[in-house]
Write a protein that binds this ligand. Structure first.
Ligand SMILES: NC(=O)c1ccc[n+]([C@@H]2O[C@H](COP(=O)([O-])OP(=O)(O)OC[C@H]3O[C@@H](n4cnc5c(N)ncnc54)[C@H](OP(=O)(O)O)[C@@H]3O)[C@@H](O)[C@H]2O)c1
Length: 334
């Protein structure tokens, strides 16, 4: 039995790409007692991967050069000596970017494939969905009639943030790149307003979309969009800081302006960073609620599924940082 593995070959400068990875084939032993083998079907592509590819201090150690690329993935158990993960069951977890994974079950969860396509379990019903859930509901805490703004709104986390805001009685304003994504926000995801951040008058459009100011700014991107949002916050606003994708490739060195900092003081804002791992104890709650709303048709989930196998990983990953993905970006293995 062999497995194809995606190896980090070099650390990127700027955008990551195919040149940073190689694929190697390794022999995979049969599962020992308490182990099982997963045939990986989908690999999740996440903005955080750019950080994992770099040296330096972060919330997890970097992937070493020559090591298998860290990745959430989902697939089917095809051989098992573990009673909790029988042959034929479907699973998700940090299995790595590889065609087959040997696991002892640590950090791996069973999924109910009949309820949703497998790619959704690394999207709205997986880590990004739970990130939106905890960030918005535990930190943002939107109230009836308040305005929630989120950028990268057509992406994996953003699409769920806007819909959860609506489900909790708030107005949802999505910020996204280009008219097509903006249409998707209002027509498919039910946002009240969509603001194209590529438009030259982005801030004027944002102000018009949020006439009473922004009560919750769900921070996904940083940079000039964040600055405009901070400057347009309402009194006692909340900013769950989830990510700052505009800074991940080192291309943007702009910090928040003094006017944005002043808004934190004047408007008594609460700004709080979080990682999905902070809420690990409550994953069951998030999954139950996200699954229920999804089944009731109140939570639409959109994925952007790509082919091309492990060899396509680097090129597909770069799409996250140029905005070429719409919805949760996933690589499907044949
Ligand atoms: N804290 C946590 O535990 C946690 C967990 C998951 C994700 N995150 C963070 O959540 C954010 C969204 O992640 P995701 O998985 O949902 O990705 P995503 O939104 O599916 O994809 C990334 C999107 O970011 C936007 N973008 C890229 N570069 C940008 C720039 N320079 N300025 C403005 N927008 C830019 C693009 O959308 P447009 O075309 O609309 O610009 C792109 O499609 C990221 O910052 C990520 O790191 C945090």
């Amino acid at each position: 039995m062999t497995s194809d593995e995606l190896i980090l070959a070099s650390r990127p400068t700027g955008l990551p790409g195919a040149e940073n990875f190689t694929v190697r084939q390794v022999a995979l032993p049969e599962p020992g007692e308490g182990e099982f083998r997963v045939r990986v079907e989908v690999i999740s592509l996440d903005p955080a991967m750019r950080g994992w590819m770099s040296e330096g201090r972060s919330y997890v150690p970097p992937v070493e050069i020559g090591a298998v690329m860290r990745a959430f993935a989902a697939g089917t158990v095809e051989a098992s000596r573990h009673p909790g993960f029988p042959e034929g069951s479907s699973v998700v977890g940090m299995l790595g970017a590889r065609s087959h994974a040997l696991s002892n079950g640590e950090g791996v969860y069973r999924i109910e494939r009949a309820r949703a396509p497998i790619e959704r379990w690394v999207g709205g019903l997986g880590m990004p969905g739970m990130t939106a859930y905890f960030g918005l509901l535990r930190i943002g805490r939107p109230k009836d009639g308040e305005t929630v703004a989120v950028a990268a709104a057509a992406g994996a986390v953003g699409q769920i943030v806007g819909q959860l805001a609506k489900l909790h009685g708030a107005r949802a304003v999505g910020i996204a790149g280009g008219p097509e994504k903006c249409r998707l926000l209002t027509e498919t995801f039910g946002f009240d307003e969509a603001v194209d951040h590529r438009a030259p008058d982005m801030e004027a459009r944002l102000k018009a979309a949020c006439p009473k100011g922004i009560d919750v700014y769900f921070e996904n991107v940083g940079g000039p969009i964040a600055d405009a949002c901070y400057r347009n916050m309402a009194m006692n606003g909340r900013v769950p800081v989830c990510g700052m994708i505009s800074t991940y490739n080192g291309e943007s060195t702009e910090g928040l302006s003094l006017a944005a900092y002043r808004s934190i003081l004047v408007n008594r804002l609460t700004v709080r960073g979080f990682l999905i791992f902070d809420f690990a104890a409550d994953i069951e709650e998030a999954l139950t609620n996200l699954g229920r709303w999804h089944e009731e048709g109140r939570l639409v989930m959109r994925e952007d599924v790509r082919g091309g196998g492990l060899g396509a990983f680097g090129a597909v990953l770069s799409d996250l940082y140029t905005g070429a993905n719409t919805g949760k970006l996933v690589l499907k293995l044949d």
